[in-house]
Design a protein around this ligand. Structure first.
Ligand code: SAJ
Length: 491
């Protein structure tokens, strides 16, 4: 391990050395972004397009999947799927202007003034809820190997609280022989982008920026200010920024769990949760809000299912003397359990509906409408539909999946032909609120099913219960306690 930098007399250099180094460097001019994914690409494009920086380099590993990405980006084209407003135009502009270039040569980090790291941190194995930081740490090692005094390093990935000042700092120091907060600046600026609005989110969301020390925070604020449109930079410590990011998603997950539990209660009490929801939402005044969200078939995506566990792991590893009700489970973990229960509840509703039609799941064909975790998206990460699909198969049912956007998924056949998927179905379960499902014709679906009393289970409140009941369906809906015990009509 390279010897740590030492000052006169051999003592480790401490104090305002970093401030002097940053002053000597002057304003940030050359920026690097490590990780050309859905976070790094728009970030690099906006840095390059801001007019504040002369050079922006995108760093991508030279791998079978990385190489084509580099070529595309250097042609000013986006390798990202789906609609991303403004991204293609900005990329083309900055490549033509020569302010952005993509490379796999990490030695080009050495002359840069700032380097951000935007590498995803998925679950290693969802069941053990431990993040896989291997790619992020490999990226940090590449940065550390070429890090020079006075450079700013920013971690944008969502990480367990304590990562920036802990393992990330250690890797950078070990690889460079430099000291964070003395020889280089280190900060965490969590990404807050959503697929489909990457450019808008970076420009318009307030930006939480947390440095290991005040000088690092100030330097990171200098880096991001030029790309923020009207919004604010919110400076804090790196640890506070890590907690902010994981908690903001834990809170959203909690809000969804609260209304999901209310939906289960309304089913049990014979009430329509959507009427109750509208009633609750009507109470608003200065400073009074219920922020009640929507119940549904489950919570998927790349953020909410994991960020609660990042926060909980932060408390476990960093928390000293946590004072909490004896033997009580974390509210946030319970929220995760409730949200993860919803696709199971969908299976129960399906079984109940089939029983009303004198059938069971075994041998029944179950059409699943929607595989994406979000409406009108092709993103299927951690989709609740997969939990339901597995339950149906384990019960001896035959699932058939339709999605208008998702074309492929490991081990699952997904069709874009709705009528083919519904044909012969004993039950139809709606999981994703795609626009394609907002005007389904009950009589057409019943004809396609070929059944006297097919079952329909509405996981996203898209269907009119009375219309489907009138057509002869057995109806079940999340939160529809007012309809779930309806008499069966001839249709
Ligand atoms: N969901 C519900 N009920 C709701 C809202 C969402 O069941 O009322 C479900 C969705 O169906 C989906 C899951 O939750 O399966 C996640 O939906 P989401 O709207 O939270 O979308 P995400 O996962 O892309 O969340 C992102 C997050 N943004 C970032 O991490 C930068 C989250 O912090 C944002 O609040 C959210 O976008 C947003 O508000 O758009």
């Amino acid at each position: 391990m390279p010897a740590r930098r030492r000052g006169r007399g051999g003592k480790p250099v401490t104090g305002g050395h970093l401030v002097r180094l940053l002053e000597e460097r002057g304003p940030i001019r050359a920026v690097g972004v490590v990780g050309m994914g859905y976070v790094g690409i728009p970030a690099a494009a906006l840095f390059a397009d801001s007019g504040a920086f002369t050079t922006v380099l995108g760093f991508q590993r030279d791998s079978p999947t990385g190489r084509p990405k580099i070529a595309l980006l250097n042609r000013g084209e986006s390798p990202l799927g789906g609609e991303e407003p403004d991204l293609a135009a900005i990329l083309s502009r900055v490549v033509t202007a020569g302010t952005f270039r993509c490379t796999s040569d990490f030695s080009e980090i050495a002359p840069l003034d700032a380097v951000t790291v935007a590498i995803q941190t998925p679950f290693a194995r969802p069941e053990d809820l431990l993040p896989d930081f291997s790619s992020l740490f490999e990226g940090l090692r590449s940065v550390g190997r070429h890090l020079t005094p006075g450079t700013l390093v920013v971690v944008e990935s969502t990480v367990t609280p304590g990562t920036t000042g802990g393992p990330a700092r250690r890797i950078l120091e070990e690889e460079s022989g430099l000291t964070a907060g003395e020889d280089f600046a280190l900060a965490h600026a969590p990404e807050r982008v959503m697929v489909g609005r990457l450019i808008r989110n970076i420009r318009e969301h307030d930006r939480v920026i947390g440095g290991l020390d005040p000088a690092s925070t100030r330097r990171a604020v200098e880096l991001y200010t030029p790309v923020l449109a009207a919004n604010r930079v919110i400076p804090m410590t790196a640890l506070a920024a890590e907690v902010t990011k994981t908690a903001e998603n834990a809170f959203r997950d909690l809000q969804i769990a609260a209304v999901n539990q209310l939906a289960l209660y309304c089913e049990a009490m014979g009430v329509n949760v959507y009427e109750v929801r509208a009633g609750i939402a009507s109470l608003k005044d200065e400073g009074i809000t219920r922020a009640i969200l929507y119940p549904g078939a489950g919570v998927g995506g790349h953020c909410l299912p994991k960020d609660t566990y990042h926060m909980e792991r932060g408390v476990t590893t960093l928390g000293s003397e946590l004072d909490f009700p004896e033997g009580s489970e974390s509210l946030f973990v319970l929220a995760r359990r409730i949200n993860d229960f919803m696709p199971r509840h969908m299976a129960t509703l399906t079984e109940q509906g089939l029983a009303r039609a004198g059938k069971g799941l075994r041998g029944s064909r179950v059409a699943i409408l929607g595989w994406a975790f979000l409406r009108n998206s092709d993103d299927a990460r951690n989709t609740p539909s997969e939990v339901f699909y597995t339950l149906v198969r384990e019960a001896g049912g035959v699932p058939a999946v339709h999605d208008p956007y998702v074309r492929q998924y490991p081990g699952v056949e997904i069709s874009g032909d709705l009528e083919a998927v519904v044909r012969g179905a004993d039950a139809i379960a709606l999981f994703t609120a795609h626009s394609a499902y907002t005007s389904l014709d009950p009589y057409r679906l019943k004809t396609l099913s070929g059944k006297d009393h097919p079952v329909v289970v509405d996981g996203r409140n898209l269907m009119d219960p009375d219309a489907f009941i009138a057509a002869g369906f057995v109806y079940r809906g999340i939160g529809r306690g007012d309809k779930n015990s309806h008499p069966i009509r001839r249709g």
